[in-house]
Design a protein around this ligand. Structure first.
Ligand code: CP3
Length: 404
């Protein structure tokens, strides 16, 4: 593919039809610089609020916010684009489309984090595992990897095959221009392996779970290969402009905690220690869906931020993790279907429970299909209006007590 130029992207963007969200962009963007200005006098003010919160810096004016799955199908503008480009593989592997889709929520809602539109499975062909996405079945891997021979056939990640990711990140970093953090992401080895071994989505995980006992060497060979490839891929994303990386171990919560300790954590730890060595400035977020039984174990991976799903009470999560690590989350995505004042109260409740330091506001999992765009806009408007000094007036010392 020809590397897109800034002009090509600008032309592409201006060709987008005027929509509800593009109209809203004009009124929202000035608010971003206004909201960032309270922090601009401090020492690391060049860094986006989200990166500073991920590192647990003191003295931020408010928590930064973004949403998992913030770019995608709940947006009318995205649906119109998806009609013109019906293949998800095309939408997620063409630089112009990736950039456009990633910027749609940024223009409409001005979140503090902008996550690349991509998928955790996108790097698979670059390690020798072809896949497809079916509308009805989701991801499909024609030849699930279950034998020693298949593991041997995997190749080191060919980053040339993922140039659209690097190109997109470079363009996005330029477009966002420091007004928000650019987030890259990867799947954790265990979660990617669930697709590679099962051949697609599953409710039971029986093939991969039984492999832990019937073919442990094959599974550990696969996970080690993935850990190496994912580390290389993170470094590539960072070198291309990503300022923070989220590791999605979305299906880690399907394992009993002691099995997660053996089959997911060591491979995440390998990734974390490599990134901490080679890109020490880049904070890492670890998200697991269904992580109530795993919080303390997640902390042991060495990541900077623990993502909480919405079934964990934020105050309990904070008590269990202490204040030495940042947390992310965890408004139930279903609150975006409730009356807006209810959503406002829930945001306030979560922010107060998380405390005035080291919190990235997010949902407890991705934005749901059919979520009203007004509610997403409201979520970010409320966040911009928050001030820790008002929320924690007189109670800061008490709220900051580490309990864990
Ligand atoms: O918005 C849309 O039209 C959906 C586009 C789409 C994505 N992934 C977006 C995505 C499609 C068709 C896929 C394929 C896919 N990959 C599926 C089935 C469909 C779906 O939307 O879920 C599934 C289950 C996967 C696997 C997957 N991808 C997981 C487990 C994760 C981690 C996030 C999570 O939900 O736990 C992803 C990441 C992902 N898929 C992102 C996007 C835009 C990036 C993360 C983000 O934006 O927060």
């Amino acid at each position: 593919m020809m590397p897109p130029t800034a002009t090509a992207t600008a032309v592409f963007l201006s060709a987008a039809p005027p929509s509800f969200s593009t109209r809203r962009r004009r009124s929202r963007l000035p608010a971003i610089s206004a909201s960032l200005s309270p922090s601009s006098s401090s020492s690391s003010s060049e860094e986006p609020l989200l990166v500073r919160a991920a590192r647990g810096e003191d003295g931020l004016p408010r928590p930064p916010a973004w949403m998992m799955r913030q770019a995608g199908r709940y947006m009318a503008e995205y649906q119109a684009l998806a009609k013109r480009h019906p293949s998800f593989r095309e939408r997620s592997e063409n630089t112009d489309l990736i950039v456009e889709i990633t910027l749609q929520p940024w223009r409409a809602f001005a979140p503090d984090g902008v996550i690349l539109f991509s998928d955790i499975l996108t790097p698979l062909p670059a390690i020798g595992v072809p896949f497809d996405i079916s509308d009805s079945k989701g991801p499909v891997i024609q030849s699930p990897v279950r034998s020693e021979e298949q593991v041997r056939e995997l190749v080191p990640i060919d980053l040339d095959m993922l140039q659209f990711v690097g190109e997109s990140l470079k363009i996005l970093r330029n477009e966002i221009d420091g007004k928000a953090a650019l987030l890259g992401f990867v799947g954790a080895p265990w979660t990617i392996a669930t697709y590679v071994v099962e051949g697609g989505m599953t409710n039971t995980y029986t093939n991969i779970k039984s492999m832990c006992h019937t073919a442990p060497d094959v599974l550990s060979g696969l996970l080690s290969h993935l850990a190496q490839a994912i580390s290389d891929y993170i470094i590539y994303q960072v070198n291309s402009g990503a300022q923070c990386i989220q590791i999605f171990d979305s299906w880690g919560g399907q394992l009993p905690p002691h099995v997660w300790e053996q089959w997911s954590k060591p491979y995440i730890k390998q990734i974390v220690s490599r990134i901490k060595k080679e890109c020490p400035h880049v904070p890492l977020v670890l998200y697991i869906n269904g992580n109530g039984g795993l919080l303390e174990r997640m902390k042991d991976t060495g990541v900077n931020v623990i993502g909480l799903d919405w079934t964990v009470d934020m105050a309990d999560g904070r008590r269990r993790l202490g204040n030495g690590i940042s947390v992310q989350g965890n408004v139930d995505p279903a609150f975006l279907f409730s009356p807006l004042p209810v959503l406002t109260d829930e945001i306030h409740r979560v922010v107060k429970a998380a405390g005035p330091k080291g919190h990235i506001l997010n949902l407890g999992h991705g934005v749901l299909q059919k979520t009203p765009e007004e509610a997403v806009a409201h979520f970010f408007d409320v966040t911009r209006s928050l001030r820790y000094e008002t929320l924690f007036q007189g109670s800061v010392a008490e709220e900051l007590q580490p309990v864990a």
